[in-house]
Ligand binder design. Structure first.
Ligand code: 3HC
Length: 288
């Protein structure tokens, strides 16, 4: 099957970046969200990012890339798409509603992928009448820079859908890691949440300060960001959602409340301008 048009549902942190990556790879893109406010913001962010790439001479024509993306609050623009990538918040019922709609609107040959970080793909697939064509395609933030894409089959996904998704990831200039099963947290978030659990435990027990843990992550583990900084970057609400799903699905918990407390205080990290660190403005990341 040839893919020429990709629908992306959800224009937030991940969705706008995935739409940008798809357009950069030459695909026609339909970006859908529930409000024009979100869509206009996404257009602004994509435009800023494309201008950066053009300044660095990585692309020659930012406008031509942007012109490949259509924006709309209606799913009508997805009706001739061959592949969909859903990137709405990590709530199962919301995702199932999106998939039911995509299943109704999109052609029967189309594959429906979810960018979920932790929800079982099978639970989402069961909302459709094409369970064998539903798959996980998990990007990392910022999608335009991060190379990794996890490809996760559900218990229903057929081989053709897996191969098509791996091939699409390669066409998007990404490095796919193809999982055998939908293990909780897939490969990356199992490691990420365990690192955060230990980081949190060390700080809450007074063994180390946040800045010391982050310095260790950067200067010993050679991660590009400290662990608390990365959690801020991902969004502390997203971290807590993934953490909770992993614990419900059997990962041992640790006695640590820092992340939940920040979320209760509505300090969600970069997106609100404050998390474990303070940023120049909501949504504006600067190295800590
Ligand atoms: N578009 C275009 N260019 C961008 C960009 C974007 N969205 N974001 C960063 N850049 C560019 C910058 O402009 C800069 O370009 P320059 O060198 O020409 O100035 C270059 O990339 C490097 O960026 P910065 O100078 O801001 O800073 P860094 O060198 O620290 O890179 C980073 C920033 C790429 C975000 C790096 O810190 C990093 O890789 N951090 C780790 C990110 C990570 O691990 N993400 C995964 C999170 S987990 C996840 O998403 C999964 C989910 O399930 C939780």
């Amino acid at each position: 099957m040839m893919i020429s048009k990709i629908a992306v549902v959800g224009a937030g942190t991940m969705g706008h970046g995935i739409a940008e990556v798809a357009a950069l790879s030459g695909f026609e893109v339909a970006l859908i969200d529930i409000s024009w406010d979100f869509l206009n913001k996404a257009k602004e962010r994509i435009s800023e990012s494309l201008n950066k790439l053009a300044e660095r001479k990585q692309i020659s024509d930012a406008k031509a890339v942007l012109d490949r993306i259509s924006f709309n609050t209606s799913y009508d623009i997805a009706k001739d798409a061959d592949f969909a990538i859903e990137a709405v918040p990590e709530k199962l019922e919301l995702k199932r509603t999106v998939f039911r709609t995509l299943d109704t609107v999109m052609p029967s040959h189309a594959v429906l992928a979810t960018n979920t970080s932790s929800i079982p793909i099978s639970d989402i697939a069961e909302a459709t009448n094409r369970k064998e064509k539903v798959i996980g395609m998990h990007f990392f933030n910022p999608p335009v820079i991060m190379k990794l894409v996890e490809v996760i089959p559900s218990k229903y996904t057929n081989r053709e859908t897996i191969d098509l998704t791996i091939d699409l990831a390669k066409k998007m200039n990404k490095i796919p890691v193809s999982l055998k099963y939908e293990i909780p947290g897939f490969v990356s978030n199992r490691i990420f949440i365990r690192l955060l659990q230990e980081a949190c435990r060390e700080v809450e027990s007074g063994e180390a300060k946040i800045e010391e843990v982050d310095s260790t992550a950067r200067n010993k583990l050679k991660l590009p960001m400290g662990l608390f900084e990365l959690a801020d970057y991902v969004g502390l609400d997203v971290v807590v959602d993934i953490w909770n799903v992993l614990v419900v699905r059997g990962t041992p918990d640790v006695n640590c409340l820092m992340f939940k407390t920040k979320v209760n205080e509505k300090n969600l990290g970069v997106k609100t301008g404050k998390g474990f660190y303070t940023y120049p403005a909501p949504g504006k990341y600067a190295k800590v």
